[in-house]
Each structure stands twice: as structure tokens, then as C-alpha cells.
Design a protein around this ligand. Structure first.
Ligand SMILES: Nc1ncnc2c1ncn2[C@@H]1O[C@H](COP(=O)(O)OP(=O)(O)O)[C@@H](O)[C@H]1O
Ligand SMILES: [Mg+2]
Length: 224
């Protein structure tokens, strides 16, 4: 999937080597935790794996396709078809109901209104929010907002779910419940789960732990 990836940011004439050569394969249906201190390159790698950004050098394949061969529109389409994202800060549209937030990725697929709503409502039911369809984000708790974000990530039936510190804004009990949900979904739909965390206890729940430091992988270990 990723071969010798580097990503260098240019900021006010200063060069920041955020990734310095990462090789990584995310197996179908796998569960991988990406661990490392702040600034080690975790989010940069996630953005690349999800096609939100392009590497400075190296080869990146998403869904079997080399991103270097794709223009921006083709990459956006591939992302919509293949990847689901869950972020620490939820990133829901504030003035939009839960069901319409979840339905949004289907707009880009050309799915019709009624069908969009039906699929979004079903996915909200799956994450335990069937009774909150018409609530807006500010009418929901943090844990509920993250469930909406998870439903939005899943409504397109992605191959990979990329979660960047998904429990970072949640209290411990709520965070554990969100992790339980992500793990259930990983198990029941053979969607691969790649989860960024700086918490060793959280990372220990994954089958495989990849540890980063200063833009490189320093440890890659699989639970037996
Ligand atoms: N858009 C950007 N422009 C410049 N530097 C960036 C940008 N994004 C991240 N960086 C730098 O790249 C390094 C890795 O950042 P990041 O991938 O966000 O790390 P992590 O998610 O592990 O905390 C850090 O030194 C960070 O300051
Ligand atoms: Mg980060």
C-alpha cells in the first residue's frame, strides 16, 4: 500500500520532514494502531493513506491504484469509494441534522434523496442513534457526535476506516464505548481499521501496533 513514503512540508521557507520513509501494508479487514508522540507524523501518514494528501516521494496505492496516476477528481472519487474518516474533533456540519450529516457522502455518489436518508438512518441505527436522526450536533453529547461521524464514515461502505485519535475529545467511559463500536464494526464488516492514538492502553487493543517517531516507523509488532 505505502512504499518509502516521505512527506515534506514547506513553511515560510523552512522545510519540515514530517515523514522520512514509511513502508506499510494495511491488510484487508485488519486492525492496526498507529502509536507515537505528538509530532511524530501520525496524522500526516493518515492523510496520505486516505488520499487527502499526496506523498513528496514514494509509492502509494489506495484500493490497488497508484495515486500518482490520478488527478484530483479521480483521487476524490477513489477516496469516497474506499475510505472512511473519523477525526478527533468530529468535523460534523453544525447546522445540519445527524441524518443529513451521515447522508452527505452519498450526495457525491449521486444517490437519490430518499435512498440517502434511508441508508443514513439505517447506519445511525447501527451506531445506536436511531432515535436522534433529526438532532443537530449541538443537541448531541460528544460521544453521540462521534457516533454520527462513525456512521458518516461507514455509509459509503469503505474498505478502510481511518480514525485519528477518535477518543481524544471524549471522557474515558465514552471513549471506551466508541472503541468498542469501532471494533465491532471492524469485526462484522471486514472493514480495516487504522487508528491513531498516543495512548498505549488504547493501542494495545489492536492486533498490530505500529510505532512512529520523528517521521519513521520504529516498531511494528503483531499480537500473537
Ligand atoms: N501543514 C503543515 N505544514 C507544516 N508542517 C506541518 C504541517 N502538518 C504537520 N506538520 C509538521 O509535521 C510534523 C508531523 O506532524 P503530524 O503528522 O501532525 O504529527 P502527529 O499527528 O503525530 O502529532 C510535525 O513536526 C508538524 O509540526
Ligand atoms: Mg495528529
Amino acid at each position: 500500500m505505502a512504499q518509502d513514503l516521505t512527506r515534506t512540508y514547506e513553511l515560510d521557507g523552512v522545510t519540515v520532514p514530517a515523514l522520512r520513509g514509511v513502508t506499510l501494508e494495511v491488510p484487508t479487514g485488519g486492525y492496526v494502531a498507529l502509536l507515537g508522540p505528538s509530532g511524530s507524523g501520525k496524522s500526516t501518514l493518515m492523510h496520505l493513506l486516505g488520499g487527502l494528501d499526496r506523498p513528496t516521494s514514494g509509492t502509494l496505492r489506495i484500493g490497488g491504484r497508484d495515486v500518482a496516476d490520478l488527478d484530483a477528481g479521480q483521487l476524490a472519487k477513489l477516496r469516497n469509494e474506499t475510505i472512511g474518516f473519523v477525526f478527533q474533533a468530529f468535523h460534523l456540519l453544525a447546522r445540519t441534522t445527524a441524518v443529513d450529516n451521515v447522508a452527505l457522502p452519498l450526495v457525491y455518489r449521486g444517490v437519490r434523496t430518499g435512498e440517502r436518508r434511508r441508508r443514513a438512518a439505517a447506519m445511525l441505527g447501527r451506531v445506536g442513534l436511531g432515535h436522534r436522526l433529526d438532532h443537530r450536533p449541538n443537541q448531541l453529547s460528544g460521544g453521540e457526535q462521534q457516533r454520527v461521524a462513525i456512521a458518516r464514515a461507514l455509509v459509503t461502505e469503505p474498505v478502510v476506516l481511518l480514525a485519528d485519535e477518535p477518543t481524544g475529545n471524549l471522557d474515558q467511559a465514552t471513549g471506551r464505548a466508541v472503541l468498542d463500536l469501532l471494533e465491532e464494526i471492524n469485526a462484522e464488516r471486514s472493514v480495516a481499521l487504522v487508528m491513531v492514538t498516543h495512548d498505549r492502553e488504547v493501542a494495545a487493543r489492536a492486533r498490530r501496533q505500529i510505532e512512529m517517531r520523528d517521521g519513521v516507523v520504529v516498531n511494528d509488532s503483531e499480537a500473537s
